[in-house]
Design a protein around this ligand. Structure first.
Ligand SMILES: Cc1cc2nc3c(=O)[nH]c(=O)nc-3n(C[C@H](O)[C@H](O)[C@H](O)COP(=O)(O)OP(=O)(O)OC[C@H]3O[C@@H](n4cnc5c(N)ncnc54)[C@H](O)[C@@H]3O)c2cc1C
Length: 384
Protein backbone atom coordinates (compact mmCIF):
# COMPACT_ATOMS: atom_id res chain seq x y z
CA UNK A 1 0.00 0.00 0.00
CA UNK A 2 1.23 3.49 -0.75
CA UNK A 3 0.15 7.06 -0.06
CA UNK A 4 1.05 8.55 -3.43
CA UNK A 5 1.47 7.13 -6.94
CA UNK A 6 3.95 8.90 -9.22
CA UNK A 7 4.04 8.18 -12.93
CA UNK A 8 7.52 8.64 -14.41
CA UNK A 9 11.01 8.38 -12.92
CA UNK A 10 12.45 11.42 -14.70
CA UNK A 11 13.47 14.55 -12.79
CA UNK A 12 9.89 15.66 -12.08
CA UNK A 13 8.92 12.24 -10.70
CA UNK A 14 12.13 11.67 -8.74
CA UNK A 15 12.17 15.11 -7.06
CA UNK A 16 8.51 14.79 -6.02
CA UNK A 17 9.09 11.22 -4.79
CA UNK A 18 12.04 12.22 -2.65
CA UNK A 19 10.34 15.22 -1.05
CA UNK A 20 7.19 13.19 -0.26
CA UNK A 21 9.25 10.28 1.11
CA UNK A 22 11.00 12.71 3.45
CA UNK A 23 7.53 13.73 4.69
CA UNK A 24 6.98 10.06 5.70
CA UNK A 25 4.73 9.30 2.70
CA UNK A 26 5.01 5.86 1.09
CA UNK A 27 5.58 6.52 -2.60
CA UNK A 28 5.19 4.17 -5.56
CA UNK A 29 6.93 5.31 -8.77
CA UNK A 30 5.87 3.62 -12.01
CA UNK A 31 8.26 3.99 -14.95
CA UNK A 32 7.54 2.80 -18.48
CA UNK A 33 11.20 2.43 -19.50
CA UNK A 34 13.64 -0.05 -18.02
CA UNK A 35 15.78 2.89 -16.86
CA UNK A 36 15.33 5.80 -14.47
CA UNK A 37 16.18 9.48 -15.17
CA UNK A 38 13.77 10.07 -18.08
CA UNK A 39 15.35 12.03 -20.90
CA UNK A 40 18.30 12.98 -18.71
CA UNK A 41 19.38 9.29 -18.74
CA UNK A 42 23.12 8.83 -19.32
CA UNK A 43 25.46 5.84 -19.21
CA UNK A 44 28.97 4.74 -20.19
CA UNK A 45 29.30 3.41 -23.75
CA UNK A 46 31.61 0.54 -24.74
CA UNK A 47 34.61 2.94 -24.81
CA UNK A 48 33.93 4.29 -21.34
CA UNK A 49 32.59 7.64 -22.60
CA UNK A 50 29.58 8.94 -20.65
CA UNK A 51 26.90 9.52 -23.27
CA UNK A 52 23.51 11.24 -22.92
CA UNK A 53 21.21 8.79 -24.64
CA UNK A 54 18.34 11.23 -25.25
CA UNK A 55 20.43 14.27 -26.19
CA UNK A 56 22.98 16.47 -24.39
CA UNK A 57 21.91 17.83 -20.99
CA UNK A 58 23.72 20.75 -19.38
CA UNK A 59 22.61 21.91 -15.97
CA UNK A 60 22.34 25.67 -15.46
CA UNK A 61 20.30 27.74 -13.05
CA UNK A 62 20.05 31.01 -11.17
CA UNK A 63 17.99 29.29 -8.49
CA UNK A 64 20.15 28.66 -5.44
CA UNK A 65 17.52 26.42 -3.76
CA UNK A 66 17.35 24.12 -6.79
CA UNK A 67 21.14 23.90 -7.02
CA UNK A 68 21.47 23.13 -3.31
CA UNK A 69 18.72 20.51 -3.47
CA UNK A 70 20.53 18.63 -6.27
CA UNK A 71 23.89 18.93 -4.48
CA UNK A 72 22.43 16.71 -1.72
CA UNK A 73 22.57 13.79 -4.15
CA UNK A 74 25.76 14.31 -6.17
CA UNK A 75 28.99 16.20 -6.51
CA UNK A 76 28.46 18.98 -9.05
CA UNK A 77 31.46 19.80 -11.24
CA UNK A 78 31.70 23.31 -12.77
CA UNK A 79 31.14 23.26 -16.53
CA UNK A 80 30.61 26.24 -18.84
CA UNK A 81 28.92 25.32 -22.08
CA UNK A 82 30.20 26.69 -25.39
CA UNK A 83 28.64 26.16 -28.81
CA UNK A 84 30.06 26.82 -32.26
CA UNK A 85 28.10 27.10 -35.48
CA UNK A 86 29.34 26.08 -38.91
CA UNK A 87 28.42 29.03 -41.11
CA UNK A 88 29.84 29.73 -44.58
CA UNK A 89 32.40 26.94 -43.89
CA UNK A 90 33.68 28.76 -40.79
CA UNK A 91 33.24 27.95 -37.09
CA UNK A 92 31.81 30.87 -35.12
CA UNK A 93 30.49 31.26 -31.55
CA UNK A 94 26.76 30.71 -31.01
CA UNK A 95 24.94 32.76 -29.72
CA UNK A 96 26.22 35.15 -32.37
CA UNK A 97 28.66 37.58 -30.68
CA UNK A 98 31.32 40.13 -31.63
CA UNK A 99 33.78 37.36 -32.49
CA UNK A 100 31.24 35.77 -34.84
CA UNK A 101 30.84 39.18 -36.47
CA UNK A 102 34.61 39.59 -36.92
CA UNK A 103 34.95 36.12 -38.48
CA UNK A 104 32.01 36.39 -40.88
CA UNK A 105 32.01 40.11 -41.76
CA UNK A 106 35.62 41.22 -41.14
CA UNK A 107 35.46 44.46 -43.18
CA UNK A 108 32.31 45.76 -41.54
CA UNK A 109 32.90 44.42 -38.03
CA UNK A 110 34.36 47.56 -36.38
CA UNK A 111 31.63 49.83 -37.68
CA UNK A 112 28.84 47.38 -36.75
CA UNK A 113 30.17 46.76 -33.22
CA UNK A 114 30.23 50.54 -32.64
CA UNK A 115 26.69 50.94 -33.97
CA UNK A 116 25.47 48.09 -31.74
CA UNK A 117 27.08 49.53 -28.62
CA UNK A 118 25.62 52.99 -29.36
CA UNK A 119 22.13 51.66 -30.11
CA UNK A 120 21.99 49.33 -27.07
CA UNK A 121 24.16 51.00 -24.40
CA UNK A 122 22.96 49.25 -21.25
CA UNK A 123 22.55 45.65 -22.22
CA UNK A 124 24.78 42.67 -22.98
CA UNK A 125 22.33 40.80 -25.21
CA UNK A 126 19.36 41.53 -27.45
CA UNK A 127 16.72 39.63 -29.35
CA UNK A 128 17.32 39.03 -33.05
CA UNK A 129 13.80 40.40 -33.59
CA UNK A 130 14.91 43.78 -32.19
CA UNK A 131 17.67 43.97 -34.78
CA UNK A 132 15.36 43.00 -37.64
CA UNK A 133 13.12 45.94 -36.74
CA UNK A 134 15.87 48.50 -36.22
CA UNK A 135 15.70 51.98 -37.78
CA UNK A 136 19.47 52.03 -38.48
CA UNK A 137 19.68 50.44 -41.95
CA UNK A 138 23.09 48.88 -41.29
CA UNK A 139 21.86 47.21 -38.09
CA UNK A 140 18.73 46.00 -39.84
CA UNK A 141 20.92 44.50 -42.59
CA UNK A 142 23.06 42.82 -39.94
CA UNK A 143 19.89 41.46 -38.33
CA UNK A 144 18.80 40.00 -41.68
CA UNK A 145 22.23 38.41 -42.15
CA UNK A 146 22.23 36.76 -38.70
CA UNK A 147 18.59 35.75 -39.06
CA UNK A 148 19.27 34.00 -42.36
CA UNK A 149 22.56 32.34 -41.35
CA UNK A 150 21.74 31.31 -37.77
CA UNK A 151 17.97 31.18 -37.31
CA UNK A 152 15.89 30.56 -40.45
CA UNK A 153 17.06 27.14 -41.60
CA UNK A 154 17.99 25.79 -38.16
CA UNK A 155 14.53 26.63 -36.84
CA UNK A 156 12.81 25.12 -39.88
CA UNK A 157 14.84 21.90 -39.48
CA UNK A 158 14.20 21.75 -35.77
CA UNK A 159 10.46 22.38 -35.88
CA UNK A 160 9.55 21.17 -39.38
CA UNK A 161 7.73 24.43 -40.18
CA UNK A 162 8.78 27.80 -41.63
CA UNK A 163 10.20 30.21 -39.06
CA UNK A 164 7.26 32.57 -39.67
CA UNK A 165 5.00 29.96 -38.00
CA UNK A 166 7.23 29.47 -34.95
CA UNK A 167 6.26 31.22 -31.71
CA UNK A 168 8.53 34.24 -31.04
CA UNK A 169 9.39 32.84 -27.58
CA UNK A 170 11.23 30.02 -29.37
CA UNK A 171 13.22 32.47 -31.52
CA UNK A 172 14.07 34.56 -28.46
CA UNK A 173 15.70 31.59 -26.67
CA UNK A 174 18.93 32.35 -28.56
CA UNK A 175 20.01 36.01 -28.20
CA UNK A 176 22.56 38.13 -30.07
CA UNK A 177 25.42 38.93 -27.65
CA UNK A 178 26.86 42.46 -27.59
CA UNK A 179 30.40 41.53 -26.60
CA UNK A 180 32.80 38.61 -26.51
CA UNK A 181 31.14 36.40 -23.89
CA UNK A 182 30.99 33.07 -25.73
CA UNK A 183 29.26 31.04 -23.00
CA UNK A 184 25.95 29.56 -24.08
CA UNK A 185 24.41 30.28 -20.67
CA UNK A 186 25.01 33.13 -18.25
CA UNK A 187 23.43 31.54 -15.16
CA UNK A 188 25.08 31.71 -11.73
CA UNK A 189 25.34 27.91 -11.45
CA UNK A 190 26.57 25.99 -14.51
CA UNK A 191 27.67 22.45 -13.81
CA UNK A 192 27.37 18.72 -14.45
CA UNK A 193 26.80 15.94 -11.92
CA UNK A 194 30.22 14.27 -11.58
CA UNK A 195 28.91 10.72 -12.06
CA UNK A 196 26.09 11.63 -14.42
CA UNK A 197 22.35 12.33 -14.18
CA UNK A 198 21.34 8.68 -13.81
CA UNK A 199 23.45 8.34 -10.66
CA UNK A 200 22.07 11.62 -9.33
CA UNK A 201 18.50 10.41 -9.80
CA UNK A 202 19.29 6.93 -8.49
CA UNK A 203 20.56 8.53 -5.29
CA UNK A 204 17.44 10.71 -5.09
CA UNK A 205 15.18 7.67 -5.38
CA UNK A 206 17.22 5.72 -2.85
CA UNK A 207 14.94 6.11 0.19
CA UNK A 208 13.14 3.46 2.25
CA UNK A 209 9.75 5.09 1.56
CA UNK A 210 10.18 4.92 -2.24
CA UNK A 211 9.44 1.88 -4.40
CA UNK A 212 10.25 2.10 -8.12
CA UNK A 213 8.72 -0.28 -10.65
CA UNK A 214 10.52 -0.19 -13.99
CA UNK A 215 9.13 -1.41 -17.34
CA UNK A 216 5.66 -0.56 -16.08
CA UNK A 217 3.41 1.43 -18.37
CA UNK A 218 1.18 3.21 -15.86
CA UNK A 219 -1.66 3.61 -18.34
CA UNK A 220 -2.11 -0.18 -18.09
CA UNK A 221 -2.80 0.14 -14.34
CA UNK A 222 -4.10 3.65 -13.93
CA UNK A 223 -6.76 5.49 -15.88
CA UNK A 224 -9.31 8.26 -15.67
CA UNK A 225 -12.84 7.03 -16.42
CA UNK A 226 -15.69 8.89 -18.18
CA UNK A 227 -16.72 10.46 -14.85
CA UNK A 228 -13.15 11.69 -14.35
CA UNK A 229 -12.50 9.31 -11.45
CA UNK A 230 -9.04 7.82 -11.12
CA UNK A 231 -8.95 4.03 -11.21
CA UNK A 232 -5.82 2.20 -10.06
CA UNK A 233 -5.63 -1.56 -10.66
CA UNK A 234 -9.38 -1.42 -11.34
CA UNK A 235 -10.34 0.26 -8.04
CA UNK A 236 -11.27 3.86 -7.32
CA UNK A 237 -8.16 5.71 -6.15
CA UNK A 238 -8.61 8.77 -3.95
CA UNK A 239 -5.08 9.49 -2.86
CA UNK A 240 -2.72 11.79 -4.82
CA UNK A 241 -1.35 10.83 -8.22
CA UNK A 242 1.53 12.86 -9.65
CA UNK A 243 1.55 12.31 -13.37
CA UNK A 244 4.64 13.27 -15.44
CA UNK A 245 3.77 11.42 -18.67
CA UNK A 246 1.91 12.70 -21.73
CA UNK A 247 -1.49 14.07 -20.78
CA UNK A 248 -3.33 12.91 -23.92
CA UNK A 249 -2.16 9.34 -23.28
CA UNK A 250 -3.61 9.36 -19.74
CA UNK A 251 -7.00 10.34 -21.15
CA UNK A 252 -6.78 7.72 -23.93
CA UNK A 253 -6.50 10.50 -26.52
CA UNK A 254 -10.19 11.40 -26.00
CA UNK A 255 -9.75 14.81 -27.69
CA UNK A 256 -6.99 13.75 -30.11
CA UNK A 257 -3.19 13.55 -29.99
CA UNK A 258 -0.96 16.44 -29.00
CA UNK A 259 1.82 16.96 -31.57
CA UNK A 260 5.50 16.79 -30.67
CA UNK A 261 8.84 16.94 -32.43
CA UNK A 262 10.92 13.81 -32.10
CA UNK A 263 14.62 13.22 -32.69
CA UNK A 264 16.74 10.51 -34.25
CA UNK A 265 20.19 10.19 -32.70
CA UNK A 266 23.15 8.77 -34.61
CA UNK A 267 26.10 7.88 -32.36
CA UNK A 268 29.66 7.36 -33.68
CA UNK A 269 32.92 6.58 -31.87
CA UNK A 270 36.49 7.44 -32.92
CA UNK A 271 39.89 6.35 -31.66
CA UNK A 272 41.20 9.84 -30.97
CA UNK A 273 41.08 12.25 -28.03
CA UNK A 274 38.69 14.79 -29.52
CA UNK A 275 36.55 15.07 -32.65
CA UNK A 276 35.65 18.79 -32.61
CA UNK A 277 36.61 22.06 -30.92
CA UNK A 278 33.53 22.44 -28.69
CA UNK A 279 30.98 20.25 -26.92
CA UNK A 280 28.36 21.23 -29.49
CA UNK A 281 28.74 22.36 -33.09
CA UNK A 282 25.52 23.55 -34.73
CA UNK A 283 24.91 23.01 -38.44
CA UNK A 284 22.20 25.59 -39.15
CA UNK A 285 22.16 25.38 -42.93
CA UNK A 286 23.23 22.69 -45.40
CA UNK A 287 23.16 19.40 -43.42
CA UNK A 288 20.07 17.35 -42.47
CA UNK A 289 21.16 17.18 -38.85
CA UNK A 290 21.01 20.21 -36.54
CA UNK A 291 24.05 19.64 -34.36
CA UNK A 292 26.90 17.35 -33.33
CA UNK A 293 27.62 16.85 -29.64
CA UNK A 294 30.91 15.44 -28.40
CA UNK A 295 30.36 14.20 -24.85
CA UNK A 296 33.97 14.26 -23.66
CA UNK A 297 33.89 18.05 -23.46
CA UNK A 298 31.54 17.58 -20.49
CA UNK A 299 33.92 15.35 -18.53
CA UNK A 300 37.41 16.58 -19.41
CA UNK A 301 39.84 14.24 -21.20
CA UNK A 302 38.19 11.06 -19.86
CA UNK A 303 38.85 8.47 -21.23
CA UNK A 304 41.98 9.18 -23.31
CA UNK A 305 42.24 7.82 -26.86
CA UNK A 306 38.58 7.44 -27.76
CA UNK A 307 35.64 9.76 -28.14
CA UNK A 308 31.93 9.55 -28.99
CA UNK A 309 29.74 12.00 -30.85
CA UNK A 310 26.05 12.14 -31.67
CA UNK A 311 24.28 13.76 -34.61
CA UNK A 312 20.68 14.92 -34.09
CA UNK A 313 18.06 14.60 -36.82
CA UNK A 314 14.70 16.21 -35.95
CA UNK A 315 11.51 14.58 -37.22
CA UNK A 316 7.80 14.59 -36.51
CA UNK A 317 6.69 12.46 -33.55
CA UNK A 318 4.64 9.44 -34.59
CA UNK A 319 3.69 6.95 -31.89
CA UNK A 320 3.24 4.19 -34.48
CA UNK A 321 6.76 4.59 -35.93
CA UNK A 322 9.55 3.03 -33.79
CA UNK A 323 12.03 5.54 -35.36
CA UNK A 324 10.03 8.52 -34.11
CA UNK A 325 7.96 7.34 -31.17
CA UNK A 326 9.59 9.39 -28.42
CA UNK A 327 7.93 12.77 -27.81
CA UNK A 328 10.77 15.25 -27.20
CA UNK A 329 9.54 18.79 -27.73
CA UNK A 330 5.96 20.04 -27.32
CA UNK A 331 5.18 22.29 -30.30
CA UNK A 332 4.40 25.78 -29.08
CA UNK A 333 1.48 26.73 -31.37
CA UNK A 334 -1.93 28.20 -30.58
CA UNK A 335 -4.06 25.23 -31.72
CA UNK A 336 -1.91 22.82 -29.67
CA UNK A 337 -2.28 24.97 -26.58
CA UNK A 338 -6.05 24.97 -27.14
CA UNK A 339 -6.11 21.18 -27.35
CA UNK A 340 -3.98 20.93 -24.23
CA UNK A 341 -6.41 23.21 -22.36
CA UNK A 342 -9.28 20.80 -23.16
CA UNK A 343 -7.39 18.03 -21.36
CA UNK A 344 -6.59 20.44 -18.54
CA UNK A 345 -10.29 21.08 -17.95
CA UNK A 346 -10.76 17.35 -17.31
CA UNK A 347 -7.71 17.26 -15.04
CA UNK A 348 -9.31 20.02 -12.96
CA UNK A 349 -12.26 17.70 -12.32
CA UNK A 350 -9.94 15.06 -10.76
CA UNK A 351 -9.16 16.54 -7.37
CA UNK A 352 -6.18 14.28 -6.59
CA UNK A 353 -4.49 14.36 -9.99
CA UNK A 354 -1.41 16.59 -10.20
CA UNK A 355 0.54 17.28 -13.38
CA UNK A 356 4.25 17.97 -13.37
CA UNK A 357 6.99 18.08 -16.02
CA UNK A 358 7.47 18.69 -19.69
CA UNK A 359 5.04 16.07 -21.05
CA UNK A 360 2.24 16.48 -18.53
CA UNK A 361 2.37 20.28 -18.73
CA UNK A 362 3.05 20.25 -22.48
CA UNK A 363 5.73 22.91 -22.35
CA UNK A 364 9.43 23.43 -22.91
CA UNK A 365 11.11 23.01 -19.54
CA UNK A 366 14.75 23.21 -18.55
CA UNK A 367 15.82 20.82 -15.83
CA UNK A 368 16.14 23.47 -13.14
CA UNK A 369 12.61 24.70 -13.79
CA UNK A 370 11.30 21.12 -13.57
CA UNK A 371 13.01 20.64 -10.21
CA UNK A 372 11.61 23.94 -8.96
CA UNK A 373 8.13 23.05 -10.17
CA UNK A 374 8.24 19.60 -8.48
CA UNK A 375 9.40 21.16 -5.19
CA UNK A 376 6.53 23.66 -5.37
CA UNK A 377 4.02 20.94 -6.20
CA UNK A 378 4.95 18.91 -3.13
CA UNK A 379 4.45 22.01 -0.95
CA UNK A 380 1.01 22.43 -2.51
CA UNK A 381 0.07 18.78 -1.82
CA UNK A 382 1.36 19.13 1.76
CA UNK A 383 -0.95 22.10 2.37
CA UNK A 384 -3.83 19.99 0.98
C1 LIG B 1 17.25 16.84 -26.66
C2 LIG B 1 16.99 17.55 -25.35
C3 LIG B 1 18.03 18.23 -24.74
C4 LIG B 1 17.80 18.89 -23.54
N1 LIG B 1 18.84 19.57 -22.97
C5 LIG B 1 18.66 20.20 -21.80
C6 LIG B 1 19.73 20.93 -21.21
O1 LIG B 1 20.84 20.99 -21.74
N2 LIG B 1 19.50 21.55 -20.02
C7 LIG B 1 18.28 21.51 -19.39
O2 LIG B 1 18.14 22.10 -18.31
N3 LIG B 1 17.24 20.83 -19.94
C8 LIG B 1 17.41 20.18 -21.12
N4 LIG B 1 16.37 19.47 -21.68
C9 LIG B 1 15.09 19.40 -20.96
C10 LIG B 1 15.07 18.20 -19.98
O3 LIG B 1 15.15 17.00 -20.71
C11 LIG B 1 13.76 18.24 -19.20
O4 LIG B 1 13.68 19.42 -18.46
C12 LIG B 1 13.62 17.07 -18.21
O5 LIG B 1 13.98 15.85 -18.76
C13 LIG B 1 12.18 17.02 -17.79
O6 LIG B 1 11.98 16.00 -16.85
P1 LIG B 1 10.55 15.32 -16.76
O7 LIG B 1 10.61 14.44 -15.58
O8 LIG B 1 9.50 16.34 -16.86
O9 LIG B 1 10.41 14.49 -18.12
P2 LIG B 1 11.16 13.16 -18.64
O10 LIG B 1 12.63 13.26 -18.40
O11 LIG B 1 10.69 12.95 -19.99
O12 LIG B 1 10.56 12.05 -17.67
C14 LIG B 1 9.25 11.55 -17.82
C15 LIG B 1 9.29 10.07 -17.50
O13 LIG B 1 7.95 9.57 -17.48
C16 LIG B 1 7.95 8.30 -18.07
N5 LIG B 1 6.59 7.99 -18.54
C17 LIG B 1 5.88 8.61 -19.49
N6 LIG B 1 4.69 8.02 -19.66
C18 LIG B 1 4.64 6.99 -18.78
C19 LIG B 1 3.68 5.99 -18.49
N7 LIG B 1 2.52 5.91 -19.15
N8 LIG B 1 3.96 5.07 -17.54
C20 LIG B 1 5.14 5.12 -16.86
N9 LIG B 1 6.09 6.05 -17.11
C21 LIG B 1 5.86 6.96 -18.05
C22 LIG B 1 8.93 8.43 -19.21
O14 LIG B 1 9.38 7.17 -19.66
C23 LIG B 1 10.03 9.26 -18.56
O15 LIG B 1 10.99 8.46 -17.95
C24 LIG B 1 16.54 18.85 -22.91
C25 LIG B 1 15.49 18.16 -23.54
C26 LIG B 1 15.72 17.53 -24.75
C27 LIG B 1 14.58 16.82 -25.41
Amino acid sequence: MCDVVIVGAGLAGAVSARKLAEMQKKVLVLEKRDTIAGNAYDCLDENGVRIHVYGPHIFHTNHQGVYEFLCRFCNMVPYEHRVLGRIDSKLVPIPFNFQSLEILLPEKADDLKQRLLTAFPNTSKISILTLLDHSDKELKKLGEFIFEKVFVHYTAKQWGIPISEVDTSVINRVPVVLGYDDRYFQDTYQCMPENGYTELIREMLNHPNITVELSCDATKRLCVNESNQILFDGNTWEKPVIYTGAIDELFSYRYGSLPYRSLRFSFESFEQDYFQAAAVVNYPNEEDFTRITEFKHFTGLRPEGSTTIVKEYPLMYDKTNPEADIPYYPIDQLENKKLYRRYLEDVECCSQLYLCGRLAEYRYYNMDAVVESALRLVEKIKKG
